[in-house]
Design a protein around this ligand. Sequence first.
Ligand code: 13P
Ligand code: SF4
Length: 302
Amino acid sequence: MNDLISRLETLKSERDAVVLAHYYVDGSVQDAADYVGDSYYLSTIAKNSPHQTILFCGVKFMAESAKILSPEKTVVMPDTMADCPMAHMVSPEYVNNIRESYSDLTVVCYINSTTEIKAVSDVCVTSSNAKKIISATSTKNILFIPDRNLGSYLQGFFPEKNFILPKGCCPVHSDLTTEDLLSIKQNDPETLVLTHPECEPEIVGLSDFVGSTSEIIDFPAHSKANNYIIYTEHGVAHILKQKYPDKTFLFPSPIPVCKDMKLITLEKAVRSLETMASPIEVPESLRKAAQQALIRMHELAG
Ligand code: 13P
Ligand code: SF4
């Protein structure tokens, strides 16, 4: 492990590289990264990074977003097969059809979407900035894509708007059930339930706190509770244990594991800086179209 970390350090200076890791990748990769965060934080770091190379330890839409915002940089991923399935759950044709039906419409796309979807959207959001960005929209109709669960959670904050929601969802979060939550609450009502809004509305409704990955990680710092059940991807256990060694964090079953995030290993991270293989490429006309929605997100959320 130490050999891999020292090799990574050498390659970072040779390649003028910064290493970014999402909270859902393996703990060994998080420990080796320069920055660890949620999707919005990492997008901001990537956009402002002075380094020529970005090694993005996350899923494809995250690395593509970095490339869209910084086309002059080389963006590499440890494994380009790491791709969020939800990102592919709506098509540009679906968006274009809805656009034809509504004149007063904003197309809001979750950053967990393909470049092609960003290119036909008005603005991107992440779970940490979506409320702020939707508040800044002036249309009555909001097409929120692709996550129906995040969309329906947000809809609750904007009763004056008409949300159009497709059927997309995160297979990891939407698989979780209320079973563990209910039995834990029955045995110890003091245990707090912290939930990502990609979970089903039934779980969201029974939770003590709903927030983005970073908001979930920050929550115990301001709470007296000692026990928590965490309804999001298991990778966050790594930082939760480091930050709060005296608190207990349980996870529902099946343990929420994103198999795409787990394709990212330290060995592959080192290899990708060694070979610089498969840099992320986005055709220029598509990149320009997709850039608008991401720039708008950074302007409105900043
Ligand atoms: P965050 O925006 O909270 O990082 O979520 C990204 C993600 O993929 C959630 O499943
Ligand atoms: Fe996509 Fe779900 Fe994995 Fe997040 S946890 S990257 S939404 S599949």
